[in-house]
Design a binder for this molecule. Structure first.
Ligand code: ATP
Ligand code: MG
Length: 148
C-alpha cells in the first residue's frame, strides 16, 4: 500500500514456489477491495493464482475455471462465499448480464474475475487490477497490481 492508501505493487515470481507469497499479497489487498480482475494472455497463470488464493482462504472445493456457468461459487473457511468468473468464452456482454454479474460484483463478497476485458461496460467503478506477464522463456512471471 502506498502513502495515498492505494495498492500498487510489482511482484516477481521466479517459479511456482513464489505463488503463495503472491496470493498472500492479494488476499491482504482484498480486505479493502474485494473485486479482483486478472488480466494476462492464455496460460499466464490466472487460474493458478486464483486456485492458490482460494486454497489459502480454506476453500475445500476444486478450483478450476467455470465454463458453461461463467461463475463458480466456493465457500471459504470462515463461511464467506467467493465468486470465480471466467468470461473468456462469452460472445457478448449480455451473457454476463444474464447471470447477474453486476449483482455478484455488488455483493461485497470476494470476486475473482478472469478475462474482464470481455465485459468492459459491466465492470464496477473500483477494483484491483492484476496483470500477469509470463517471461518469454522459463518460468518467471511478473504480477503487477493496481487499484482502480
Ligand atoms: N507462477 C507460475 N510459475 C510457473 N508456472 C506457472 C505459474 N502460474 C501458472 N503456471 C503454469 O502455467 C500453466 C497455465 O496456467 P493457468 O491455467 O493458470 O493460466 P490462465 O492464465 O488461467 O490461462 P487461461 O487464460 O487459458 O485461463 C499451468 O500449467 C500452470 O502450472
Ligand atoms: Mg484460466
Amino acid at each position: 500500500m502506498d502513502s495515498t492508501g492505494t495498492h500498487k505493487a510489482h511482484f516477481q515470481m521466479s517459479s511456482l514456489a513464489d505463488l503463495p507469497a503472491a496470493a498472500s499479497v492479494l488476499i491482504a489487498a482484498a480486505q479493502s477491495e474485494p473485486i479482483i480482475l486478472f488480466e494476462g494472455q492464455m496460460g499466464a497463470g490466472k487460474t493458478t493464482l486464483i486456485r492458490e488464493i482460494c486454497f489459502q482462504l480454506g476453500v475445500q472445493e476444486n478450483v478450476s475455471s467455470p465454463t458453461f456457468a461463467l461463475v463458480n461459487e466456493y465457500e471459504a473457511a470462515d463461511g464467506k462465499l467467493i465468486y470465480h468468473f471466467d468470461f473468456y468464452r462469452i460472445r457478448e456482454e449480455r451473457e454476463a448480464l444474464d447471470i447477474g454479474a453486476p449483482e455478484y460484483f455488488d455483493s461485497g463478497r470476494l470476486c475473482l474475475i478472469e478475462w474482464p476485458s470481455m465485459i468492459p461496460n459491466l465492470l464496477p467503478e473500483h477494483y484491483l487490477l492484476v496483470k500477469l506477464q509470463p517471461a518469454l522463456d522459463g518460468e518467471v512471471r511478473t504480477m503487477i497490481i493496481n487499484q482502480v
